[in-house]
Design a protein around this ligand. Structure first.
Ligand SMILES: Cc1ncc(COP(=O)(O)O)c(C=O)c1O
Length: 403
């Protein structure tokens, strides 16, 4: 046997994805026979959530009609038109391109890749969804983290954004509603962010994949609706609002000034052509999803609302833990007042209790602060059990490590 080892590319060195990376430890613990409670993955289908039936029927019917070949690179006409209708409902104006992708993940990867060169950077929300950091690493670009302000309901900190921009900054990302905090940005903040981006010729990546999952009387404001002049790519998809993450269907909507965007749109389209097409039969689910009845949302929001309340109440009752109330999505990002690292806290939690959450480090956080992310999709009784375990574990942990 040779001692030769294939050397992976340097660009893969810093790629991490904490949501799934934590599973390695969870699997080891599960092998010991411990009962596990998974609060780490935002997959509604693992719990009591189901997609609307008409979306499944349309996809099945497309398969039977042998729509099983490649689709046009930007997506099938009826889906693109339905997404355009949705964009208009979101009050987005000046739309110049719409493309369907293999999940919003592919739209994000294509749009960022078509913009950013090695050594350049994109302002990235911290905490935020780790795919953006992974893509920046792959491009040997830099993520340029800006903070969300926990004291202000996790709203983007505009002053921090202003202090972070430099001559190599090409774009700014906003995830709204946010993963991992569940926060929903208000108009005032969004307006300041848009004005700042326009003044500095930045492309805005507006990730609005959770825009229909809002609680109480929270309203979602689509960032691109604020200014027809801002260069915005709005990301959306079926994974969360329509509960079919396995379909892998997402999209990008490009809006702003046509002349400013023309070359960039062509660059994105070159990449879309080079990868042939997104999943074809599943694209037939887009029009029925966006235009059909939305009853599944009423049911889902009722459950999520109750589980959100339970999450905030039970976590805030634990000494040493505080949790900002999420206004959307299905995540909460509680803070732990401690000196130890959240990686250590979470590893011990998993080993001791079988409750799987994701350490805050995986999403980025202000230095010196510690958090973890919980997904409140699981059924009430599972959540209740998990939070009770977190409470008794935290007391023991603080006695052992924080005295
Ligand atoms: C903020 C955010 N954007 C994008 C995605 C990826 O979505 P998709 O399943 O459409 O690739 C996720 C998935 O969790 C997400 O949380």
């Amino acid at each position: 046997m040779s001692n030769f080892k294939i050397k992976p590319a340097v660009r893969t060195e810093n790629i991490t994805y904490a949501v799934r990376d934590i599973i390695v430890l969870a699997n080891e613990v599960a092998k010991t026979g411990k009962e596990m409670l998974y609060l780490n993955i935002g997959d509604p289908n693992l719990f009591d959530f189901e997609p609307p039936r008409h979306l499944i029927d349309a996809t099945y019917d497309a398969m039977l009609r042998n729509k099983n070949g490649y689709s046009p690179s930007s997506g099938i006409g009826e889906a693109v038109k339905a997404i355009e209708g949705e964009a208009e409902r979101k009050r987005i104006k000046n739309i110049h391109d719409i493309f369907v992708t293999t999940g919003a993940s592919e739209a994000i990867e294509l749009a960022v890749t078509a913009l950013v060169n090695q050594g350049e950077n994109v302002l990235t929300p911290t905490p935020g969804y780790p795919l953006y950091t992974a893509v920046a690493s792959k491009l040997q670009a830099f993520e340029n983290p800006y903070y969300l302000d926990e004291e202000n309901g996790w709203q983007p900190d505009i002053e921090d954004i202003k202090s972070k921009i430099n001559e190599k900054t090409k774009g700014i990302i906003i995830i709204n509603p946010n993963n991992p905090t569940g926060s929903n940005a208000n108009y005032e903040t969004l307006k300041k962010l848009v004005d700042f981006a326009v003044e500095n010729n930045l492309v805005i990546f507006a990730d609005e994949i959770y825009d229909k999952l809002l609680f109480d009387d929270a309203k979602h404001i689509s960032l691109a609706s604020i200014s027809p002049d801002a260069s915005v790519i709005t990301f959306g998809g079926l994974s969360k609002n329509y509960m079919v993450p396995g379909f892998r269907i997402g999209w990008g909507i490009v809006s702003g000034q046509k002349a400013v965007l023309a070359d960039y749109i062509e660059a994105i389209n070159k990449m879309l052509r080079a990868r042939l097409s997104a999943n074809h039969p599943e694209q037939y689910g887009i029009k029925p999803a966006l235009e059909g009845n939305q009853d599944h949302l009423t049911l889902a929001l009722e459950k999520l609302h109750r589980r959100r309340d339970m999450t905030v109440e039970m976590l805030n009752a634990i000494p040493g833990i505080s949790c900002v109330k999420p206004e959307g999505a299905f995540y909460a990002f509680p803070k732990i007042e401690m000196k130890s690292s959240d990686n250590h806290f979470v590893a011990e939690l998993i080993k001791e209790t079988g409750v799987v959450v994701v350490p805050g480090t995986g999403f980025g956080q202000k230095p010196g602060t510690h958090h973890f992310r919980v997904v409140f999709l699981p059924q009430d009784e599972k959540l209740e059990k998990a939070y009770k375990s977190i409470a008794s574990f935290t007391e023991k942990y603080f006695n052992a490590y924080e005295k």
